[in-house]
Design a protein around this ligand. Sequence first.
Ligand SMILES: *[C@@H]1O[C@H](CO)[C@@H](O)[C@H](O)[C@H]1NC(C)=O
Length: 110
Amino acid sequence: MSSITWLAYAFVLVCVSVQVSPAPAPAPAPQEENYPPMPYEYKYDVEDQEKLLYFGANESGDAQGKVVGGYKVLHPDGRLMTVEYTVQGDSGFVPIIKFEQNANPFGKRK
Ligand SMILES: *[C@@H]1O[C@H](CO)[C@@H](O)[C@H](O)[C@H]1NC(C)=O
């Protein structure tokens, strides 16, 4: 065989070996990233004396993951329920629940 023929064989061999080279390994599954907690805060209040609507809530979380919040609801029987709660570490939801009889809370706030 001439050296040209050998070169041709070699070229074909290279092409075939390139074609049968295994497909690239699949990209590794995206790693779950642990971002630190983002501080946040919200609050809302609804007061409508005519319709006897009085409720609201608030909550804030800090960069350590501690959550503090509360909510209140005026019940139709005149009791005002307030709940204040914290969640810290593995504490779970820790509420303090209070009822105030005959609350009449309208206009109490400045
Ligand atoms: C959040 O809500 C609770 C229950 O209504 C209340 O006692 C507390 O003062 C509120 N906190 C803020 C920051 O508004």
